[in-house]
Design a protein around this ligand. Structure first.
Ligand code: NAD
Length: 340
């Protein structure tokens, strides 16, 4: 039987990396009853809908999904299904851990968990063009919505995460020097929550986002848990994944109070789609976060160990890590390590 989990293969490289991830989890003996559902371009092709109701119903019922990347048309076309899923299920916390697996790179000791507010800010989709004279696109306006309730719950999530995972420092990232109202409210709310955690073994500081972007490149090893608003979190998490070996290694979890969706940070990688050479590690690490969430942390640790061992061994790795292995060959190597 196993725990029911919705599996969304996704677009582009999605089906290939989800298949590899499912094989690795099955080889590790994870007891999961996968329910495959479509979304994104695959949803449009089959159901004429990028977010089919049957997929939403299945996530509402199971409360857990593992999702491959979904294509979002740039400019015109449907809005991001990733954003819509986060909003629909109020998945307010986007957790993106990153640590160095492969030694000998630019940094040796990066181990950062970025906690990104996932439902507010500039991603609420409140935007429009302003017509001036004969030009209907003379100007454009996008509204960032920040609430006290949303800010407090994400900062509280970051502190609780730090407490539960034995981490010792939280850095709040903002731009309140310029955006005095929206970012000012985030900062004010964050300070209030940080004060509640005083004396519980977690230190706290604040950084302006531009300085943070530079500090992450200069001294990433000094950061532990970072909490920030939606757009800054999106950008900084890609930067952080670049510090530890690229998007192929970066997992993410979208957590709400009644559902959680696990995915890789990366997208559909159109340049690799159909070639069978994408790195499945990020999605498999996301699946490990899912196993942690489902209370099966020991199995998640075994899979992480096998993944990291295979990557460090370096003989069967995908092209993004300097190898020539296919997605399936890499998964086979991880499975071989798991079962030894
Ligand atoms: P991308 O993350 O798909 O690709 C960026 C670069 O990283 C590419 O060079 C790609 O080859 C490489 N890359 C990504 N994943 C990799 C992997 N697993 N193994 C090896 N290399 C990998 O970003 P993009 O090109 O800006 O976006 C493509 C599409 O994905 C867009 O439609 C975008 O909207 C969508 N997207 C979806 C999600 C999601 O579903 N969560 C996230 C980001 C982007």
């Amino acid at each position: 039987m196993g725990t029911p989990v919705v599996l969304i293969p996704g677009d582009g490289i999605g089906p290939g990396i989800t298949a590899a991830t499912v094989r690795i989890l099955e080889a590790a003996g994870a007891e999961i009853a996968w329910e495959t559902h479509l979304a994104g371009l695959a949803g449009v092709m089959q159901h004429h809908d990028p977010m089919p109701q049957s997929t939403l119903d299945a996530i509402a019922r199971t409360g857990v999904a593992l999702k491959g990347p979904l294509e979002t048309p740039v400019g015109d076309g449907y809005r991001s299904i990733n954003v819509a899923l986060r909003t629909t299920f109020d998945l307010y916390a986007n957790v993106r851990p990153a640590h160095v697996i492969l030694k000998g790179g630019r940094f040796e000791k990066v181990d950062i968990v970025l906690v990104r507010e996932n439902t507010e800010g500039l991603y609420v989709g409140v935007e429009h063009y302003i017509k001036v004279g004969g030009d209907p696109h003379a100007a454009a306006e996008s509204v960032a919505i920040i609430t006290r309730a949303g800010s407090e719950r994400i900062v509280r999530f970051a502190f609780d995460y730090a407490v539960q995972h034995g981490r010792t420092h939280v850095t709040l990232v903002h731009k309140a020097n310029i955006l005095k109202f929206s970012q000012g409210l985030f900062l004010e709310s964050g300070r209030r929550v940080a004060a509640e955690y005083a004396g519980r073994g977690i230190t706290y500081d604040e950084k302006i986002v531009d300085a943070m972007a530079m500090n992450l490149v200069l001294r990433p090893e000094i950061y532990d848990v970072i909490v920030t608003t939606n757009l800054f979190g999106d950008i900084l998490s890609d930067e952080i994944s670049g510090l530890v070996g690229g998007l192929g290694l970066a997992p993410g979890a979208n957590i709400g109070s009644s559902a959680a969706i696990f995915e890789a940070v990366h997208g559909t990688a159109p340049d690799l789609a159909g070639k069978g050479i994408a790195n499945p590690t990020a999605l498999t690490l996301a699946a490990c976060m899912m196993l942690d969430h489902l209370g099966d942390a020991p199995r998640a640790d075994r899979i992480r160990d096998a993944l990291e061992w295979t990557i460090r061994a370096g003989t069967v790795v995908t092209h993004d890590l300097g190898g020539t292995a296919s997605t399936d060959a890499f998964a086979d190597a991880v499975i071989a390590r798991l079962v030894t």
